[in-house]
Ligand binder design. Sequence first.
Ligand code: SF4
Ligand code: SF4
Length: 363
Amino acid sequence: MRYVLDLGGLGQLLAALRQRGFRLIGPVVADGAICYGEITSAADLPAGWTDEQDGGTYRLKRRDDGALFGYNVGPQSPKKYLFPASATLWRSHPPGTADTDDEKPFAFIGVRSCELHAIAVQDRVFLGGQHPDPLYAARRDGAFIVAVNCGQAARTCFCVSMSAGPKADAGFDLALTELTGEGGHRFLAETGTPRGEEVIADTPGAQPASPRDATAADQIIERTAAQMGRAMPAVDLRDLLYGNLEHPRWDDVAARCLTCGNCTMACPTCFCFSVEDVTDLAGRAAERNRSWDSCFTLDHSYIHGGPVRTSARSRYRQWMTHKLATWTGQFGTSGCVGCGRCITWCPAGIDITEEVAAIAADT
Ligand code: SF4
Ligand code: SF4
């Protein structure tokens, strides 16, 4: 069922979610970018902002239509909350001083299709095996997702070639398409779950969508799909990468790669972490902390006396081959959803699609 909401209706929708006890997480302007942060109402959304991005560059720009979701994906994704950069796995403490965890479930607002696919990938990684990750499970459990179909693509986007966008096709409770211009500023809302139906029913401003609104929303998504700035070459990526482990292109990319790990930090599917035990000097408390790690750090491949991936060549190859090839064998899915973050946030502007194309062209 499709509905249409105006700005007031969107406010009512967010209020209905807050009333149900959700903690709202949505796009906000922070540190010169559109990031995910805690919001309380539609007034916190980045009205009239967009971004311009390409390999190694990102900047915010104003837009003149007041759109709330008129930007492409920023440096962060829901991973920031579902798999936080640092977390305490357990803590010992003297009797009577236990921590209490009364976090409310998340409602993510403005999640893009590539991000829905990334959440599905991390669900498989963290929840799909014999030993589900309790921290991820607790944060993921009950999360409500309001997706937004992209109204524009960045030069770095290639979700179409990864079958991951730009239209939200699964994994959401509600999916919005923002309409501006003729007919006024409004949102076409599609329900994805009974929970989504129930929340929209509690939004007085939601009216059944007219065929004209539905057509306008479909056209926006089609236009976005045609705007993709990049594409992953349509080759068998596993065969290509497994067959080219000694290709000279790995030396070429290693000469440009700073091994900074930015690509893995920005990536919505990368999940590597390290674990550290800490005790206080008084010996009264101890804790085990988990923090993001990266296949670009030397320590990450430290095994019994030394790191096994000592060169930039071996670390970049590990990252890309895992993402696009080995991941499929491990988790039954690609580790890349075509969001383009690793291209935008790479200080050297290294482009995963270009690296694949270079190897494919020579094979
Ligand atoms: S590919 Fe770019 S972002 Fe990734 S480690 Fe190398 S320089 Fe850093
Ligand atoms: S590898 Fe790059 S394009 Fe693919 S999901 Fe990760 S950040 Fe996005």
